[in-house]
Design a protein around this ligand. Structure first.
Ligand code: COA
Length: 351
């Protein structure tokens, strides 16, 4: 019998620390009205500094997903960790997650760097391993600590108001049931626009060095391994984004890749029970919904509460929609994402 991949367990974790738009106003030259009008975001979560990080959030989300899958951590036979904000430059968070979950079976751990579309990319990778029979319990996690690496000066306000911290996790298993499992994944990239939404210098999350590191620095845009005070002062130590350009590309690529998923499976827009778009910006999600003629009930958004959590946004939204009873067995669920790279992708799943 032909094997497909099902989501056997799902969980998410967001820090307790709620940061409202008005809280940001205390440090950034911005307003609640500006943020809500342009992005739909009302609040986001930030980790408790030095107590929580990308790995600890992933652990919490994973524990829920593992329990809901009805397995124990040691049953996990492969880990895929998606993040652009790892706790160390290396090793990746995958092995840290393995250690913190107490997985003792020496399973493989793969870290992927596909920013906002990383969860969909990770799902596609996991799907291939499950379908071929290579693995039976894959833990896929998206987790991000943005609050540690944002520019809270006026210079960086277009980026910093958008992003939040959080983690989402799924356990993937084979299924032979009809009307269940991943039908397809489609992945794309366009490196031409790599610098339109990027962090150009390495090491931003691994600490700030303020000493003399001229020997280590290169002069070009590829940067050095360390972040210097000079880089903080001139703004090159932070993510950069050409917001309007990203917006214009996102509203083209999202509908394209959603239609690609439907066409590949002979499905129509009306067949979609739930679309979970990457929570980039509420205006982008609303634009897609309108362009595709989808109803309010066919799309789930929660960026209002969590901001854009990059690799974690799709699994957080998927999990919350499922917990709210908005996704039921047999439903056709479409995941779609677009982000830095540019990279974008979709997955069509029968729940
Ligand atoms: N608060 C107040 N004003 C702000 C601000 C903030 N947080 N950020 C930017 N501004 C100002 C700018 O300085 C600019 O002022 P000016 O007209 O005096 O020069 C003005 O607002 C407009 O800036 P602009 O960047 O053109 O705004 P925008 O209407 O394009 O909205 C985004 C900015 C970022 C909200 C919007 O471009 C966007 O959502 N893009 C997509 C981003 C995204 O989804 N990224 C994630 C992809 S995965």
């Amino acid at each position: 019998m032909f094997k497909k991949t099902k989501i056997a367990g799902i969980g998410f974790y967001v820090p307790q620390n709620v940061v409202k738009n008005d809280d940001l106003k205390e440090v950034i030259d911005t307003t609640d009205e500006w943020i809500q009008e342009r992005t739909g975001i009302k609040e986001r979560r930030y980790v408790q500094r030095f107590k929580e990080n990308t790995t600890t959030m992933a652990v919490e989300a994973s524990k829920i997903a593992i329990e809901r899958a009805g397995i124990s951590a040691n049953d996990i036979d492969f880990i895929i960790f998606a993040t652009l904000s790892p706790d160390y430059f290396f090793p990746g968070c995958g092995v840290l997650l393995q250690r913190e979950l107490g997985i003792k079976n020496n399973c493989g751990a793969l870290d992927i760097r596909n920013q906002c579309s990383a969860f969909v990319y990770g799902l596609s990778v996991a799907d291939q391993f499950i379908k071929t029979g290579m693995y039976k319990n894959i833990l896929l996690v998206g987790s991000e600590t943005h609050s540690a690496g944002l520019d809270f000066s006026t210079r960086g306000r277009n980026v910093s108001v958008i992003f939040g911290d959080g983690a989402g996790a799924v356990v993937l298993q084979p299924t032979e049931k009809q009307n269940q499992g991943i039908l397809s994944t489609h992945l794309h990239s366009e490196g031409l626009h790599a610098e339109k939404l990027a962090f150009l210098h390495l090491g931003g999350h691994s600490g700030v060095f303020t000493g003399d590191q001229t020997d280590f620095q290169s002069s070009g845009k590829w940067g050095s391994l360390f972040v210097t005070q000079e880089m903080i002062d001139n703004g090159t130590a932070f993510p950069i984004m050409d917001g309007p350009f990203v917006f214009k590309n996102a509203v083209v690529r999202f509908p394209q890749v959603i239609m690609e998923a439907l066409d590949a499976n002979n499905k129509k827009l009306s067949d979609i029970n739930m679309l979970i778009p990457h929570q980039a910006n509420l205006r982008i999600a609303q634009f897609i919904q309108e362009k595709l003629g989808l109803s309010e009930n066919q799309v789930y958004n929660n960026i209002q509460k969590y901001g854009n959590t990059t690799a974690a946004s799709v699994p957080i939204a998927l999990c919350e929609a499922w917990e709210l009873g908005k996704i039921k067995d047999g439903d056709l669920v479409c995941l779609a994402a677009f982000g830095s790279g540019f990279t974008w992708g979709s997955a069509l799943i029968e729940w």
